[in-house]
Design a protein around this ligand. Sequence first.
Ligand code: CA
Length: 247
Amino acid sequence: MPTPILIIEDEPAIADTLLYALNAEGFAPAWRANGADGLASLRETPPALVVLDVGLPDINGFELCKQIRAESSVPVLFLTARNSEIDRVVGLEIGGDDYLTKPFSPRELTARVKAILRRGPALPPPPATPSQSNHNGYFGPTAGGASSTAREPVANVDDLRCRISWRGQPLDLTATEFRLLKTLLEQPGRVFTREQLLASAWTEPEASLDRTVDAHIKTLRAKIRAVSPSDDPIQTHRGLGYSLKDC
Ligand code: CA
């Protein structure tokens, strides 16, 4: 089976060159012209390698690489128009695997791609610490029958930027809502009392009331529904508290 390569590059002429060169070498390249489409494609069809332009119309390629690194250790080969040492250092520090400066020859590109792929699975692990990895992907309740989405996590936690995405869409959360949902995501199925949620999600729990938890849970449910109307993952346990539906 041909090796899938994802090209995220906004200049059609360069993308054409890349597609042609990679096809000629027996790879199966796919092209996306902006960061959002690139990330969606990466989630839908995980490639063996990403060729990532630094200057994209909707997001800086380095920023996009950070997002990719939050959920995948796929090798990333940066393309940039600038040949500065700083770019190179930044690119490699945030998890890029190699770096190619425009203009480059197709042969140069395919040689780099092959070299990276030859390194095989000896890739650096994603930056998430082991204690975080268990809640980076919440797969949702299996009883829901949504087996087609089994490989895709329902929720992803980006600890670095304090963001949570739900079915690929970022939730617009306050800091408290982020900590609250993160707490629930860390242990699906566990029933948390309001006191426990206050203690873990509020910076000053003694200053808050139990119904503050209820109010935030209500907002969280609405925000999740806003991006995915069929999802209602937070369960109320009368007299006890809340839990996230178990996987
Ligand atoms: Ca560009």
